[in-house]
Design a protein around this ligand. Structure first.
Ligand code: NAD
Length: 496
């Protein structure tokens, strides 16, 4: 198999008030499959530049908020067409900087466009005024934009988790300062700039960096809304930084999503076994909503493990992200690889059995890049770190359970509550699902295979605050403004 040779390096710059802004220093972004290859360069935005970007967004807000919904939708639809036209280039860049295989990078654009199109289709009706004529008079509820949105995205789905914020924020009449993650800044920057080319200067601004710039964005008084996707630990800093000026916030955070297999699950259903394997190892396990711990009813446990290993060995092909045979690429960065590896080693020291999964297509590439062979972890304790921590990588513990009460308890004692899945006879699965503390529970599938952008997505407990996707994912960028025209102007209990 010939792998496409190195391509040109890409350099991105901060984009503020419709202009590229030169930076004094830059950082290199390497290819995780081959870290000696530099994919591109991105700037280190200074705090002063971050403030300039916030001020530009604040200035642009004054006129942008006055535009009609039709104008905003028309502009966004043009941006969508431009993204579609550039899709192949974006996919290649994303794959090279992130490490996700090409099909997976295409999948990310697919989900991003699906959401942007949904938001365009729904924005006019979702954001329309509600006018209520009632006994007490007339009330108009209008959905006003909030102001300047600081949008901070993570590295695992850098385009999808940027556009999930950009599209509704702009359609609702806000302006935005986007900060992609330094671990995958390039493709998100390209997409943001394509969108920006259809909008007036200052409506979208893009800055780079890590916590330093993040603190500026989340504490500045002109920022009125924070839309953050990332780790729960980072969110705690953000909540503190924002507390001084009490900002509106949508926080999409970590998860430790359980997949529960009931006694009625058919372990001989090969399609279902393939789905759970994909639900564990898509994007090398680096998805907030991937199934990260698997509980199987003891009566089917042994057979489940046997069938799982067969299915995993068929589907998991570890290789270069540009090789069309590859289903699982490297981990995005060496820090994450060390973290996941540490959890697996710790489980092993505690007595767990670790089973390597899949075939390595290219041993040299594997040794060179940030690769980690996917593993199934058996015989661990329900409270071992590999079970209770979010691994965010290619490993999954599988544990038996004896009754539903026990598995519900194990599910719900987590600090997280993002998604979960229940597998088995549909009505039994739905009955159990109702007992689970999770923003989404999928039946007989999990992870992105169970995602539907028409419905709200978000987490219980420390998995977040608020919802993205669905009508709520648009309304979250608005303030409800009630304009009341009461009939009874003098209240009877107030003395003359
Ligand atoms: P992270 O929290 O390390 O970083 C996320 C973003 O926050 C990055 O852009 C980073 O530069 C920025 N940041 C870091 N410190 C900051 C600070 N003090 N103030 C403001 N911004 C700061 O997360 P990550 O490693 O990029 O992503 C992985 C995490 O994201 C996982 O926990 C995963 O579950 C979570 N995630 C959640 C969802 C969801 O929808 N719930 C989706 C994807 C990823």
């Amino acid at each position: 198999m010939t792998i496409q040779a190195d391509q040109e390096t890409v350099t991105v710059e901060a984009f503020i008030n419709g202009q590229h802004v030169k930076s004094l220093s830059q950082l290199a972004k390497e290819n995780p499959a081959n870290p000696t290859e530099i994919v591109g360069y991105f700037p280190v935005t200074t705090k002063e530049q971050a403030v300039t970007a916030i001020e530009a967004a604040s200035g642009a807000f004054k006129t942008w908020k006055q535009t009609s919904i039709d104008e905003r939708i028309t502009r966004m639809r043009k941006a969508i067409e431009k993204i579609k036209a550039a899709e192949n280039d974006i996919v290649h860049l994303l794959s090279r900087e992130h490490g996700k295989p090409l099909y997976d990078a295409h999948g990310e654009i697919f989900v991003s466009l699906m959401w942007m199109e949904f938001a365009c289709n729904e924005a006019a009706s979702v954001l329309a005024d509600e006018v209520h004529e009632h006994d007490q008079g007339k009330t108009i509820v209008s959905y006003d934009p909030i102001g300047v949105v600081a949008a901070i995205s993570p590295w695992n789905y850098p385009i999808a988790l940027s556009t999930i914020k950009i599209a509704p924020a702009l359609l609702a009449g806000n302006t935005i300062v986007l900060k992609p993650s330094p671990y995958a800044p390039l493709a998100a920057a390209k997409v943001a700039e394509i969108i920006a080319s259809e909008f007036p200067a200052g409506v979208i601004n893009v800055v780079y960096g890590d916590a330093d710039v993040g603190v500026e964005l989340t504490s500045h008084p002109l920022v009125t809304k924070i839309a953050f996707t990332g780790g729960t630990a980072t969110a705690k800093h953000i909540i503190k930084a924002a507390s001084e000026t009490i900002k509106d916030m949508t926080l999409e955070l970590g998860g430790n999503d359980a997949a529960i297999f009931l006694e009625s699950f058919d372990v001989h259903d090969e399609r279902a076994m393939r789905r759970i394997v994909i639900s564990n190892f898509l994007t090398t396990g680096q998805i907030c909503m991937i199934a990260k711990r698997v509980y199987v009813h003891r009566s089917i446990y042994n057979e489940f493990v046997e069938k799982y290993i067969e299915a995993a060995n068929r589907w998991i092909r570890i290789g270069d992200p540009f090789d069309p045979n590859t289903t699982v690429g490297p981990v995005n960065n060496s820090k994450q690889r060390e973290y996941v590896n540490g959890l697996v080693e710790d489980a092993q020291k505690r007595g767990a059995k670790v089973i390597p999964l899949g075939q390595i297509l290219d041993r040299n590439r594997f040794e060179q890049g940030y690769y980690l062979q996917p593993t199934l972890v058996l015989d661990c304790d329900a409270h071992d770190p590999i079970v209770v921590e979010e691994q965010f990588g290619p490993t999954v513990p599988v544990l038996p359970f004896d009754d539903e009460e026990q598995v519900i308890k194990l599910h719900n004692e987590s600090i997280y509550g993002l998604t979960s899945s229940v597998w088995g006879k549909e009505e039994d699965a739905i009955t159990l699902a109702r007992q689970l503390e999770a923003g989404t529970t999928m039946i007989n599938t999990a992870a992105v295979q169970g995602l539907d952008v028409q419905f709200p997505f978000g987490g219980f407990k420390q998995s977040g605050i608020g919802r993205e996707y669905g009508a709520e994912g648009i309304l979250t960028y608005t303030e409800k403004h009630v304009i009341n025209v009461p009939k009874m102007l003098d209240l009877p209990y107030i003395p003359e």
